[in-house]
Design a protein around this ligand. Structure first.
Ligand SMILES: [Zn+2]
Ligand SMILES: [Zn+2]
Length: 328
């Protein structure tokens, strides 16, 4: 099979011919049809220390099951979306429905070979069937982006009648966060730069382009929830925009630098700060259902498999809207 191999940190993506892997017990061989390119791929490629090289990068994928090992929970011919990791199903976290914290978690492209290849082997627990009316490209990044947002919505209890603020609203996380908030019945406020306002307005009920956005949110009636997709630069305004008892979901930013928090503000308003790591299997099932029902329209652009090295290298300066997906 053809696969992009990375032999070491920052080394070139080599399109190589490697032996097609066989699925062991409980595993499935998936013919990859579409794979999303994520900033995490860029970080893993350029310096994430814990990547096991050589590797095939890519943790966002959808395809067709080609072959299964003994006891697998999927069948050849199934259209499936992958979670971004494999989990053991036996540790305390897996048993309590928090497999995103699994003690034995293996992330595709980092701990095990990923999806920038014609085939990927995955534990069948990490594969979810795709509804008939959902295409492979839309399903490919459902795990990394949408299931994580579904988890954010559940953790913060987003529901009808609420006002939800999304920072970084034009980004890959933000543009889908607006849609998830609305899918759960809330009104969505997008915080973005003036030049992105028109695009964000297609998905939000309100758009605010001021850096000190809290005052304008208050005029709309205070926020019940903030989906904080930026981090340090916006979180102070996010806390001010919240009503007492409000909740902030921290998502999509793993900047290792310390971030200032005005603790008094959090205490006086009893703000709940809820970090969200990744979606669980049930969150992915829910995300695919929301796409199938038309409540979320995944935003992406399609590219050729051969464009992958260029797209990955250009990640830091990318000005694209939504996800970049390669067809394989
Ligand atoms: Zn990702
Ligand atoms: Zn586990």
């Amino acid at each position: 099979m053809k696969a992009y191999i990375v032999r070491g940190q920052g080394s070139e993506l080599e399109l190589s011919e490697v032996e097609r892997p066989r699925p062991g017990p409980g595993k499935a061989l998936v013919r990859v049809k579409a794979a999303g390119i994520c900033y995490r791929d860029y970080l893993a490629w350029t310096g994430w220390q814990r990547v096991k090289f050589p590797t095939v990068p890519g943790h966002e994928f959808a395809g067709i099951v080609e072959e299964v090992g003994e006891g697998a929970s999927v069948s050849p011919g199934d259209r499936v979306a992958g979670m971004m990791y494999e989990y053991c199903g036996e540790c305390e976290y897996c048993k309590s429905g928090r497999e995103n914290l699994c003690r034995n978690k293996k992330v595709f492209g980092e701990d095990v070979w990923g999806a920038f290849a014609e085939y990927v082997v995955a534990d069948s627990k990490s594969l979810v069937k795709i509804p008939d009316n959902v295409d492979f490209a839309s399903a490919s990044f459902a795990a990394c982006v949408l299931s994580t947002l579904v988890r954010a919505a559940k953790r913060t209890g987003i529901g009808p009648g609420q006002l939800v603020v999304v920072t970084g609203a034009s980004g890959g996380v933000g543009i889908h966060a607006l849609q998830v908030a609305k899918a759960y019945g809330a009104k969505a406020v997008g915080i973005t730069r003036p030049e992105k306002a028109e695009h964000v307005a297609k998905y939000a009920d309100y758009v605010i382009t001021r850096q000190d956005f809290a005052e304008e949110v208050k005029r709309l009636g205070y926020a019940d929830v903030v989906i904080e997709a930026v981090g340090g630069p916006t979180i102070g305004q996010s806390a001010r925009a919240l009503k007492p008892g409000g909740k902030i979901a921290l998502i999509g930013n793993v900047d290792p630098n310390p971030q200032p928090l005005q603790l008094g503000l959090y205490i006086l308003k009893e703000i709940d700060v809820l970090p969200v790591l990744q979606g669980t299997r049930s969150d992915l099932v829910e995300a695919l259902r929301l796409i199938s029902e038309g409540k979320i329209r995944p935003v992406y652009s399609l590219h050729k498999f051969s464009d992958l090295p260029r797209l990955l290298a250009d990640m830091p300066k990318a000005r694209h809207i939504g996800r970049q997906v390669v067809e394989i």
